[in-house]
Design a protein around this ligand. Structure first.
Ligand code: SIN
Ligand code: FE2
Length: 205
């Protein structure tokens, strides 16, 4: 299957130095806005990823409130940290949209974490793309079409890769099947067991 139109891959977009600089900025974000573990709506089942955000709004999910964007961190109650320039610069380079992102979700995948197929559909406007940045261990990313249960394709994402879900692919189903532990040393000082960080930049409001 070929991914829907508008899906763009930028392999090795960030070199090693750029990945390390970005990671320094992400660690500062997480120092201000610690990772929390979101819950599935209704069941309250914890997700296997932990997450936080920077930017004007952040994505959260819990049993009673469901998926949503909000202005404050759900645990510490403070506004999200501002989005580092290093992150906005990547959007400017690949998004093809002069408007800037107002939300950057920071996902941390421990070696056994994954993310089921879903669409990013909690934003108010789907004309802007989603820009996704991978750091740390490789993963198997899966992208399908606009219908749940349709054909999908998998690709391996490596630290420094950037993908863009724009155009028709903006509402494509996607997810992360698995992490390949031990494939990168980038996060070694932070998470000795390995894992992956993913940033997804969006215009939510
Ligand atoms: C997401 O869909 O929010 C994350 C995708 C990824 O981790 O690559
Ligand atoms: Fe997503």
């Amino acid at each position: 299957m070929t991914a829907p139109a508008g899906f763009r891959e930028h392999p090795a977009f960030l070199d090693g130095a750029a990945q390390r600089a970005l990671l320094t900025d992400i660690r500062a974000v997480v120092a201000d806005a610690p990772f929390f573990r979101p819950e599935m709506p209704r069941t309250g089942r914890p997700m296997s990823v932990e997450m936080t955000s920077c930017g004007a709004v952040g994505w959260v999910s819990d049993r009673t409130g469901g998926y949503r964007y909000q202005l404050t961190h759900p645990v510490i109650g403070k506004p999200w940290p501002r989005m580092p320039d290093s992150i906005v610069a990547i959007w400017r380079a690949v998004a093809g949209d002069p408007r800037l992102p107002d939300a950057c979700l920071v996902n941390h995948y421990a070696p056994a974490a994954k993310m089921g197929l879903h669409r990013d559909e909690d934003e108010q406007d789907f004309t802007a793309p989603v820009v996704s940045i991978s750091l740390g261990d490789d993963c198997r990313f899966r992208i399908g079409g606009l219908e749940r249960g349709g054909p999908t394709r998998s690709l391996r994402l490596t630290s420094g890769d950037v993908v863009v879900l724009g155009g028709a692919s903006r509402l494509a189903y996607h997810g992360v099947d698995r992490i390949y532990p031990g494939t990168s040393t980038l996060l070694r000082d932070w998470f000795p067991e390995g894992g992956r960080i993913n940033l997804t930049l969006r215009r939510a409001t």
